[in-house]
Design a protein around this ligand. Structure first.
Ligand code: MLT
Length: 411
């Protein structure tokens, strides 16, 4: 064999976090087939598509079966009907004006946050918060931008911005100049947020340092507090320095249906090796039209229906249902003396492990003794060690049962 592999893949940690968790659950279930495991690990929703969304979805499927209404390839960037609806509902109320060709519909924020890095040079210095959604790191590893992993689990070429109890999970600005900063707020995994003033500091940093912020706002619909921005473009001048990622996955139950969108403002420029400014929007458009053929018509029709009056109400009801679970989790764990964070503006609750137990030990304890699955904080980076993430996406009954089981444990 003479074919050489992309050796950057060998620099990755063994397996993607959620695959490793699934492996441990499978093994436990095989040995304990009678046990009823409650899954609060991966952030996957449990409520089905709402009636209004389903009606639109079905109608569009029927159109696909009729010669007169059948749709072939759609625009790679998404259908204008969905883009217009997104701008009108998600941005105009915030005072943010966007043009149609600044919005790119896609099949997920995981894909977009993973793919976006390929339009930027390999020598860019990258900063990530720590803990962090693993996709941002792993895709930069695959691209060859990070170098090797060190003993402490950190890559030598990345700049890490710790989000820990000691700084209220608010990352400090990078001490050195970085080119690209990944921010996810409301945060996955800690469930915490930045207020407007805190996010403004990052936008100002990016302007001063000519950096770009990749802002993952997949959880913005879960925000309950007034001072928390829903979009980075609420901050003056952010269009010159930020790309924003949004998703229907957690908001409207589209984790299996797949639909998301990414905003790439035309003001955003990056420089080529001759010092000429290039439009990031045009590069992303070029990337998408080459490598992506768009989201299916029925899925985009289903996504559009989330913005009808009835659709919005149904979706907010589901979000409130999950946020009630979140409250139950926070209160139950606090009652047994655990320190809990997040969960107020997000469906994730970040739990400090008892007695300084390490994350994977606490994960195993919960799985073995309470038959509840969380996500070990260490899987999100070294500053996640000593924490475990629970999601509020299970049913109310299961959430209550899980809290009962955990409360019966002695730590
Ligand atoms: C998570 O559990 O962190 C999410 O499910 C990840 C994702 O949305 O890909």
């Amino acid at each position: 064999m003479s074919v050489k592999i992309n050796e950057n893949y060998l620099l990755l940690q063994n397996s993607y976090l959620f695959i490793e968790i699934a492996r441990r659950i499978d093994e436990f279930q095989k040995n304990n087939p009678e046990v009823d495991i409650i899954r609060m690990g991966i952030g996957d929703v449990t409520k089905p598509l709402t009636p209004t969304v389903l009606t639109a979805f079905k109608k569009a499927v029927v159109e696909m079966g009729d010669e007169k209404t059948f749709m072939g390839y759609g625009p790679e960037q998404g259908y204008p009907f969905l883009i217009k609806t997104i701008i009108k509902n998600d941005f105009e109320p915030l005072g943010v004006n966007l043009e149609l060709d600044e919005v790119f519909i896609s099949d997920g924020s995981k894909c977009d946050t993973g793919n976006i890095q390929e339009i930027f040079d390999l020598n860019n210095k990258i900063a990530v918060t720590d803990p962090v959604y693993p996709v941002y790191v792993d895709t930069n590893v695959m691209a060859g931008r990070t170098g090797h992993i060190k003993d402490n689990g950190m890559y030598e070429g990345l700049v890490y911005l710790p989000c820990i109890q000691e700084n209220d999970f608010v990352p400090e600005l990078p001490k050195e100049k970085v080119d690209i900063i990944y921010l996810c707020f409301p945060n996955n995994p800690t469930g915490t947020t930045l207020n407007k003033e805190q996010l403004t500091k990052f936008v100002e940093y990016a302007k001063e340092n000519e950096s770009i912020i990749l802002f993952d706002a997949a959880y913005e619909k879960f925000i309950t507090e007034d001072d928390v921005p829903h979009s980075i473009y609420e901050i003056d001048g952010a269009k010159e320095v930020a790309i924003e990622f949004r998703s229907f996955s957690k908001t409207a139950g589209f984790t299996g249906t797949r639909c998301a969108y990414t905003i790439v403002p035309k003001e955003l420029k990056a420089v080529d090796s001759y010092g000429n400014l290039q439009s990031v929007n045009e590069l992303w458009n070029r990337r998408q039209t080459t490598k992506f053929n768009g989201v299916s018509y029925p899925v985009q029709k289903a996504a559009e229906a989330t913005f009808t009056e009835e659709g919005k109400k149904e979706i907010m009801d589901n979000i409130e249902y999950y946020m009630n679970n979140s409250k139950i989790i926070r209160e139950s764990l606090a009652n047994i003396g655990l320190n809990v964070y997040g969960g107020v503006n997000s469906p994730y609750i970040w739990v400090k492990t008892p007695n300084d137990m390490d994350s994977w030990d606490f994960f195993d304890l919960l799985l073995n003794e309470a038959n509840v699955v969380g996500t070990p904080g260490a899987g999100f980076g070294s500053s996640g060690e000593g924490y475990l993430r629970l999601t509020a996406f299970n049913s109310l009954e299961n959430t209550k049962e899980a809290m009962k089981r955990i409360s019966e444990l002695s730590f």
